[in-house]
Design a binder for this molecule. Sequence first.
Ligand code: TXA
Ligand code: MG
Length: 355
Amino acid sequence: SGKKEQELELQHAREQIGEAGRLLAAGGVVAFPTETVYGLGADARNTASVEAVFAAKGRPSDNPLIVHIADMGQLDGLVTEVNETARRLMKAFWPGPLTVVLPVAEGAVSPRVTAGLSTVGVRMPAHDVALQLIAAAGCPVAAPSANRSGRPSPTLASHVGEDLDGRIDGIVDGGPTGVGLESTVVEVGRDGAVTVLRPGGITAEQLARFAASVRLDAALQRAGGGSADIPAPRAPGMKYTHYAPQGAMRIVSGPAPEAVAARIQAELDAAAQRGETTGVLAFDEHIAAYRADLVLSLGSLAALETAAHRLYAALRRFDDRGVTYIMAESCPEDGLGSAVMNRLLKAAGHQVIYV
Ligand code: TXA
Ligand code: MG
C-alpha cells in the first residue's frame, strides 16, 4: 500500500499544482516552494496581480521582484541581451539558486516588477513543484519571498501561513525548502565581470569558475555596513532591514572561540538579570557551553549548508517563544558563509561585538 499511497500523493500534488497554475493565470497570488525559500507568485505581466503581491507583503514599491521561468524559451521574450558570461552562468547553475540581472525587454513585464529599472532579475528554480507550477501558469512568474516585509523568509508552508493567511489566494505546500536562504543575485558586465548584488545559494567561489572576475557589490563589502562612504546597494532590497526577529539581537565575533563563548554567556546572564527572555544561536562546536531560555543550533561550522537551512526557522522560533534578547555566533565569510553572515548581520541590525 506504500506504493498506492505514493501514487495518491503524487496525484494530489498534481491537482494542487494545476489549480494553483489556473489561479496564477487568472491573476491570482499564490505561494509556492522553491529550493531556496517559498515565493509569492503572480503573473509578471499583470500589473494588478503584481500590485497585489506588494500589498500582501507590505513591501516598499521601489524594491523590484525576481521573475521565475521554467525553461530557456521563456527567457527570450523577457530580456534584450544575454552576454557570453551570463549564458555560461545560466548553463552552469540553472535550474538553481542564481538570479541574473539582465536588460529587460520593453513591455515584457509590468513596470511594477522592475520598479522602474531598465533591468530584470531572472531565475529558473531547481524545484519540481515550482517548475511545474510556472509551466502550468503559462507565464513568467514574478515572486518575492513569501513573507511579510521585514520578517524572515519562509522555509516552510506554515511560515507563509503565519505571515500571509487571508491576504493571498493560495499556498502550494512542498514541504521544507532545501537551501534555506535566497538565491544569489548577480549582474554581469559587458566585459564578463560578475558583481554579486546579494550573496546566496551559489557561492562566489562557484561563480568564479565560470567568470573572468567576481566581486561583491561595494555596498556589501564592509560587514559592519552602513557608513557614509559606502554607496547604496545596487539590489534595492539590500538596503532594508530584513529578517529581523522581534527581540534584540547581537553577534559576537572574534578569533578565539573561548573568548566569544565567554562574552556571549556574560551578555546572556546580564540580560537574564534584567528579566529578559534569552536566546542563543550557535554552532555545534560550542553549543554545550551556553545557558539560555532557548538555545538553537546552526549545525556544525564544518557544514554551513545546515546553518543556511536552519537560520530563518530559528529566527521565527525565537519570536514564537517570546525571546527578547538573542546572542549569535558568527562564521567565516567564505563559501556559503558569506550568505549566512549577510543574513545574520541583517537580522542583528549589524550590531556586532568584537572580542
Ligand atoms: O531565492 C530567491 O531569490 C527567492 C525565491 C522565491 O526565488 N526570491 C527572493 O525574492 O528572494 P525577493 O524579492 O525577496 O528578493 C529579490 C532581491 C531583492 O534584493 C531585489 O532588490 C533584487 O533581488 N532585485 C530584483 N530585481 C533586481 C534588479 N533588476 N536589479 C537589482 N536587484 C534586483
Ligand atoms: Mg525577500
